[in-house]
Design a binder for this molecule. Structure first.
Ligand code: ARG
Length: 594
């Protein structure tokens, strides 16, 4: 157990128990006033209510016990019955030594390992991205890494939107423009293996098709028919569809890689198409699927609903399946092929009703228990006008444009700060990408998942304050210090056999750094339990600040006393490694220098 808070909590729990009170009152948290204490326990106040006694008296009795415990150098009653605690140097230094030895740098491990499918990203083939897709990729990637570090087995699936109406719109648009292509004949194939159009053509085709369908009902009907024929298995359409998906996916792979986002599976809605007929039979036989006005629906409303939860249209009156059906079939597919314990969806808050319906239906049909399906929704990244952010004056969000924009801005910032000057163009470019991506991702992840925030690149990009660039800079500084000490290996394995750290803790800044390091597990546990990376962002920032103070207050490389110098170098290595681990978990890559 690497949480110092929990470890001390156990002692305070035992103290409550020893005076005849419930152990649960002994929970400890970081002190509200770090100038007065390291930790505090507020349990005496709650205990007082349940046993009708004076809280200060209870606190005093607990403090009596704790004063005899060598783990604390101070235990005292404060205010109406708070217990303030200072941890002993011995306990603190053995906590740090354990963190040194732990390959996870003192991170949290979940007590039970689960197999989890994480559904995130969710871009739509050929359609432009929106901020919801961007946030999903950023938050999902961080959650994937955090859950993995906590010991879970996580399979990340992009779940491409490749089966909707946009496919019929594209196919019919191309058919109008190039009717002679073999895909539009009644041929059963084989069809050419090279795509008939380029990615640029595809990107131009979609807006044109979608505008045409909006303007003309007859044109829209054509698109619907093409969608149905595609889903019905028409060979030429399927071949064309595979080309569209492949073109889109190739571009996505580069862009997501630049964003440090990687998926294990590139499955899409279309991949579960073969399951649909079987599911229809099964759902009918279970009487979950009911006919309604020519369509087939699943009722999911419940008596105690406080809002209306409308039925799912599983098959529409034209005989096509939509978004609900593919999501239900995907649950079945995942249950069969991966047998996960849980499926998590990192998708826009606007889809809450959709997932509520899908989860209820999957549960009703006996496909997957609802309590193991979680919609981890998030708020919107807005522009300064308060509307969802867009790149290109009012236009759509292009991931490529966004990456180029943050990279360029980061390059400017590096130049202004006189950084990265001695690098060649290639390295400078790569560092600019890392700084830009760190700025974008950290600004997103630092907010509790469900809140909206405003895209403000100047603020995100600052080297001061709670930003990605500040954290990268802090890391690079630690790394260069270790390099000078010829101790770079310490970043991967700070393992200081038989080192004496306690002497270094007489300095308050070093002690504070140690306390920050020993709270990593708490931050991670919170991030896992709340499925929100922001707690890990808070930790990374606290750690970087604590290191900064330590660096300013203590001599490190030029400390004359060998033992002290050694202890401080080890503290730097542990801090550097933990900062790197935290950033990695957030999906933020660290440069070697800047
Ligand atoms: N493609 C969808 C959209 O753009 C998001 C997919 C989310 N994942 C899911 N399993 N439904 O709205």
């Amino acid at each position: 157990m690497f949480s110092l808070k929990d470890r001390l909590g156990e002692r305070v729990e035992a103290a409550f128990q020893s005076i005849g009170l419930d152990a649960s009152f002994g929970a400890v948290k970081a002190a509200d006033r770090p100038d007065l204490a390291d930790f505090q326990c507020n349990g005496a106040l709650a205990a007082a209510k349940t046993v009708q006694r004076n809280p200060r008296e209870i606190a005093a009795a607990v403090v009596d016990v704790l004063q005899k415990d060598p783990a604390f150098t101070k235990a005292e009653v404060a205010g109406p019955g708070f217990i303030n605690l200072l941890v002993s140097t011995d306990v603190l230094s053995s906590a740090i030594l354990e963190i040194c030895r732990d390959p996870n740098g003192g991170g949290w491990r979940a007590p039970d390992r689960e197999k989890i499918v994480l559904d995130y990203g969710g871009p739509n083939v050929a359609k432009p991205l929106h901020v919801g897709h961007l946030r999903s990729a950023i938050i999902g990637e961080a959650l994937k890494r955090i859950l993995r570090s906590a010991g879970h087995e996580v399979v990340g699936d992009i779940h491409l939107g490749d089966w909707g109406l946009q496919m019929g719109q594209l196919i019919s648009e191309l058919e109008r423009r190039m009717p002679a292509l073999p895909y539009f004949s009644s041929s059963e194939g084989p069809f050419p293996s090279a795509p008939p159009i380029s990615l640029a053509d595809l990107e131009e085709l979609y807006p044109a098709a979608s505008a045409a369908c909006k303007a003309d009902p007859a044109r829209a009907d054509e698109a619907r028919k093409a969608t149905k024929a595609l889903q019905g298995g028409r060979a030429g359409y399927r071949a064309l569809w595979r080309h569209f998906v492949a073109l889109s996916v190739a571009a996505m792979k580069t862009n997501y890689a630049d964003l440090e986002v990687g998926f294990d599976l590139w499955q899409g809605e279309g991949d579960v198409d073969p399951l649909i007929p079987e599911l229809i039979d099964d759902l009918k036989s279970k009487q979950v699927l009911e006919p309604s006005d020519g369509a087939w629906i699943i009722r999911v409303a419940r008596e105690d609903d406080r809002k209306t939860v409308p039925p799912i249209i599983f098959i529409n009156s034209e005989g096509a399946v939509g978004y609900h059906a593919t999501d239900i079939a995907t649950i079945v597919d995942r249950a069969r092929s991966l047998a996960p314990h849980r499926i998590l969806y990192v998708v826009d808050g606007r889809q809450q009703l959709h997932f509520e319906q899908v989860f209820r239906a999957a549960d009703r049909a006996g496909y997957f228990p609802e309590n193991r399906l979680e919609h981890l929704w998030f708020g919107t990244m807005n522009g300064k006008d308060g509307k969802p952010f867009k790149t290109r004056a009012g236009g759509v969000l292009k991931l490529r444009d966004l990456i180029d924009m943050v990279k360029e801005r980061a390059g400017d910032r590096l130049r202004e700060g006189g950084l990265a000057e001695d690098m060649n163009a290639q390295e400078r470019d790569e560092v600019a990408r890392m700084v830009g991506v760190a700025a974008l991702k950290f600004a997103d992840l630092a907010n509790p998942r469900t809140t909206d925030y405003v895209f403000d690149l100047d603020r995100f990009m600052s080297f001061e304050g709670k930003t990605g660039p500040y954290l990268l800079y802090a890391f690079v500084r630690i790394r260069s210090l270790l390099e000078k000490a010829d101790r770079l290996a310490g970043l991967d394995d700070p393992n200081p056999d038989a080192i004496e750290l306690s002497g270094a803790f007489s300095d308050p800044a070093c002690r504070e750094l140690a306390l920050a390091l020993a709270s990593f597990a708490d931050a991670m546990e919170g991030a896992v339990r709340r499925r929100s990376p922001h707690l890990l962002c808070d930790h990374a920032f606290r750690l970087a600040q604590a290191f900064s103070k330590f660096y300013a207050a203590c001599r490190i490389l030029d400390e004359a006393e060998v033992e002290l110098r050694e202890a401080r170098i080890v503290m730097s290595a542990v801090a550097g490694r933990q900062l790197k681990l935290a950033l990695e978990m957030l999906g933020i890559a660290t440069p070697h220098r800047m």
